[in-house]
Design a protein around this ligand. Structure first.
Ligand code: RIB
Length: 311
């Protein structure tokens, strides 16, 4: 019988303002877009929703503004069954937003105004002993201030939690301290920024992943999009997994679905290649619908895709 793990997500909550466009505009160019939607997003919140839909008992630690977006987004997370006791309202900044352009091929470009996410402070994290001691896996991203991410890492280590870090948005010159986690799960362009190297084909992707191991990660799982994923571990194991084939509508938050699924499977005690296969399927399904949280697949949908396609 599958055991549903306790997952703690410390991360961002944004309202996504998403527009479809024939292409991503160049500097100075105005493009006539088509469909516009306002929908729940934020890498942390997307991962929390995905983890909950995949069967985890999920708790979110975050900050939102005391405004309409903050209320709507928190209510949405509660409706997904996520514990929002430690989603704190702040007077000092508006709820985070993301401006997202999705092109005809489903690829996106995103600008985030972090707002209240940037106000989540180490002092919000340190009192949460119970939340960390209850968590099997802690999921982190980089849409919060770095001292806050470090505080969450310290608490996770102290409580013996497994840590999955989605190092997005990627930044150069991050301290090695941040990479001392169980799994780091960037996409290729993020891995390139983090390591100051270039990927793009299997041999080079592997070098980029090994660089992340050298910086302290026990495992690096690279999200390769339509090429699947690649795993390198600190005890020298190397795996490549092929992608599931799906009709692509919008790739927004596919990486979030992947990271969340990886965390859920690791929390269930699955081996890393099996966990990454499950994550590939969840990430693929997230590409089949427009938007972020509303595109996160359920456990049944993931199982069905895995049964349909033997990759
Ligand atoms: O990963 C996708 C997410 O990135 C969007 O939902 C947006 O809010 C940004 O955080």
């Amino acid at each position: 019988m599958e055991v549903n793990p306790n997952i703690l997500v410390v991360g961002s909550i944004n309202m996504d303002l998403l527009v479809r466009s024939p292409h991503i505009p160049s500097p100075g160019e105005t493009v006539s877009g088509s469909r516009f939607i306002t929908s729940p997003g934020g890498k942390g919140a997307n991962q929390a929703v995905a983890a909950a839909r995949l069967g985890a008992a999920c708790k979110m630690v975050a900050r939102v503004g005391k405004d309409a977006f903050g209320d709507t987004l928190t209510a949405n997370l509660r409706d997904e069954g996520i514990d929002c006791t430690d989603v704190i309202g702040t007077d000092d900044a508006p709820t985070g937003i993301a401006m997202i352009i999705v092109d005809a091929g489903g690829e996106n470009s995103i600008v985030v105004a972090g707002g209240a996410n940037r106000m989540l402070a180490p002092d919000d994290i340190f009192p949460l002993e119970d939340a960390f001691s209850a968590a099997e896996v802690v999921v982190l991203q980089l849409e919060l201030a770095l001292p806050t991410v470090r505080a969450a890492l310290d608490m996770s280590r102290r409580h013996g939690c497994r840590i999955v870090l989605d190092p997005a948005p990627a930044q150069r010159n991050l301290p090695d301290e941040l990479f001392k986690v169980d799994v780091v799960s960037p996409n290729v362009s993020e891995a390139e920024i983090l390591t100051n190297t270039r990927g793009g084909e299997e041999r080079i992707d592997k070098n980029v992943a090994m660089e992340l191991i050298a910086r302290g990660a026990k495992a690096a799982v690279l999200k390769l999009g339509s090429r699947g994923s690649l795993i390198v571990t600190s005890d020298s194991h190397f795996y490549t997994l092929r992608a599931y084939k799906v009709p692509v509508e919008d790739t927004t938050a596919a990486g979030d679905a992947f990271t969340a699924a990886l965390a859920v499977a690791i929390g269930r005690g699955e081996r890393l290649p099996d966990a990454a296969k499950f994550a590939n399927a969840a990430g693929a399904l997230a590409c089949t619908k427009i938007g972020a949280q509303n595109a996160m697949p359920t456990a049944d949908e993931v199982k069905m895709l895995m049964a349909d396609q033997q990759v």
